[in-house]
Design a protein around this ligand. Structure first.
Ligand code: SF4
Length: 441
């Protein structure tokens, strides 16, 4: 394994009885070309789906272009989030400061679009020149009568995970600022970003169970709902890497408990619904959850069996942002006969990796904060048939001549819930079994 840098060796392990602990939660190694994105990008992906807010990037145009329309993040109403505004800082602004440009941009954009709130993202160069963005936001909030929130996210100050924290701090400034009557059985959904409409699938499930969804943070998000989020009885957190920090702050300040769930794969989806029903201690709600699961299983299992018969023996590689998603994917793949031979994540914790080790078969490669060289070698060594990842893993798979399933930014099909499991099985089958791969081997 001479392609693994010496300093990274302990971030790779093989599953098995005597598997070593995977080192994680470390800064990326210089020169390793990590798949992780910058702090600004982390904050942007979390806040981006808030559809009635203005998102203004204070920095050079490249930062805005890099994150423009970065995810599907569908909205059932306004679509202001899909516009990417930037102060387009130039050399002159770097020398004399960019605050005047920021003030002018905010002034014009707020009058033009009438957003419910504005997020102002600071980028690397603003971190270097030291524009007082906080004070500019405060003054603009008074002038326009809406929250104008600085998102202090210079890219160089950490990794994508630090950007999640910055985004949670920005969201927390909104929480608790509006009080609306909220039903007893109410939850906030944290950490689903409605990339391809999965949030709407979940809303339907919760509706069938009699659960009111108070705020969706941030998929199909609305500023007012987030302001009233403190009135929910429970925070249900998916993608805990990005949203756990907000849940913790809401627990401390407002006493709202939280639970961690995953909506990927039918086992985890069902557990999520049962866990919510158990939290509310409502027999009626639990009965409805059981009925829902029974109906969906009856519809789904025969179809999944068809895929399993055909996919049995295929091998998959997974490399995703949060390890919690990887855990659900391993289970979902097993259900359709696919063995996971490589699992990695950008931001997994030791607990996540311990669980992954138990779930994987002997010899599977487990890796934290990997890079394209390592991933290419792992995939070839393990002879994976399909690679499941995000936008940065796609070229790796295509260069090797391997089927790719997008489970992140660019996907157009919902992969959460029971419908999502069906879409996932269909996509894995279509990709892994495509006759095109015979020409690339
Ligand atoms: S690393 Fe800095 S310059 Fe690059 S996108 Fe992130 S904030 Fe912008």
């Amino acid at each position: 394994m001479d392609y693994i840098l010496k300093e990274r060796e302990k971030q790779v392990a093989l599953a098995g009885v005597n598997a070593a602990t995977v080192e994680c939660n470390k800064a990326s190694l210089a020169g390793s070309v990590s798949q992780r994105a910058c702090v600004f990008c982390g904050s942007r992906v979390v806040l981006y789906p808030i559809a009635d807010a203005l998102h203004l990037i204070h920095g050079p145009i490249g930062c805005a272009a890099y994150t423009w329309d970065i995810r599907g993040s569908l909205s059932s109403g306004p679509e202001l989030h899909r516009l990417s505004f930037s102060t387009d800082l130039q050399e002159k602004d770097v020398i004399f400061g960019g605050i005047n440009k920021l003030n002018a941009a905010l002034d014009e954009l707020i009058d033009l679009h009438h957003p419910k709130a504005a997020f102002v993202y600071t980028t690397c160069i603003v971190g270097v020149i030291g524009d007082d963005v906080e004070s500019a936001c405060k003054q603009m909030a008074i002038k326009k009568g809406i929250p104008v929130i600085p998102v202090q996210a210079p890219g160089f100050q950490g990794s994508k995970k630090d950007g999640y924290k910055v985004a949670c701090e920005a969201l927390f400034q909104l929480v608790g600022t509006i009080n609306k009557p909220t039903p007893k059985y109410s939850i906030n959904i944290l950490g689903d970003f409605n990339l391809a409409g999965e949030l709407w699938i979940l809303l339907e499930y919760y509706k069938r169970m009699g659960v009111h969804v108070n705020a969706t943070i941030t998929g199909d998000g609305r500023v007012e709902d987030i302001c009233n989020a403190h009135n929910a009885a429970l925070n249900v957190v998916q993608c805990s890497g990005s949203m756990n920090y907000l849940a913790q702050m809401m627990k401390k300040e407002y006493g709202i408990p939280s639970m961690r769930v995953s909506y990927f794969g039918i086992e985890d989806m069902s557990d999520a619904l049962y866990d919510v029903a158990s939290f509310f201690k409502s027999e009626e709600m639990m009965a409805k959850a059981k009925e829902l699961v029974r109906e969906e299983f009856a519809r789904l299992i025969p179809k999944l069996r068809w895929y399993k018969e055909r996919l049995e023996g295929k091998k998959a590689a997974i490399y995703v942002g949060g390890a919690f998603k990887a855990i659900s994917l391993i289970k979902a793949l097993r259900l359709i006969g696919v063995q996971t031979v490589i699992v990695g994540s950008q931001t997994g914790t030791s607990e996540d990796y311990e669980l992954i080790k138990k779930l994987c078969e002997e010899g599977a490669t487990i890796v934290d904060d990997s890079n394209p060289v390592e991933l290419s070698h792992f995939v070839k060594e393990k002879q994976a048939d399909i690679f499941i990842g995000g936008v940065k893993e796609r070229p790796i798979a295509h260069k090797i001549g391997l089927g790719f399933c997008d489970h992140n930014h660019e996907r157009k099909e919902a992969l959460a819930g029971y419908e999502g499991m069906m879409n996932f099985a269909r996509e894995i089958y279509a990709t892994a079994m495509s006759p095109v791969w015979q020409f690339t081997k």
